[in-house]
Design a protein around this ligand. Structure first.
Ligand code: FES
Length: 105
């Protein structure tokens, strides 16, 4: 995705293609500063619902059973989720944000 579409302190959801499966993967992005982007799987660790970015508390949120995740590190803040979101490598290369899902995804 073009890096100018995600402002500093911004969050968004994107879809990337799994390198092995060829399936579309939901990815949550957070950009803490101009040169850093953090990427997480959007699959909730509780029962696998899709985690989103829209929440009054400004965290990542799963609407199925109200788990909340910290967008700064993917850790669980509230709800029944037993562990944090899976982190993906990501970087800003020139004008693009590049996400590297795991090779078995
Ligand atoms: S599936 Fe996300 S909180 Fe239950």
């Amino acid at each position: 995705m073009p890096s100018d579409q995600l402002a500093e302190l911004g969050k968004t959801e994107v879809t990337v293609r799994g390198p092995a499966s060829g399936k579309d993967l939901g990815v949550l992005l957070y950009r803490p500063d101009a040169s850093t982007v953090l990427a997480y799987s959007n699959i909730c660790s509780h029962q696998g619902c899709a985690v989103g970015t829209e929440t009054p508390e400004a965290n990542f949120y799963c609407a199925c059973h109200a788990s909340r995740y910290d967008y700064k590190d993917g850790s669980v803040l509230a709800g029944p989720a037993p562990k944090g979101l899976t982190r993906y490598a990501a970087s800003i290369k020139g004008q693009d944000i590049v996400v590297y899902p795991p090779l078995d995804a």
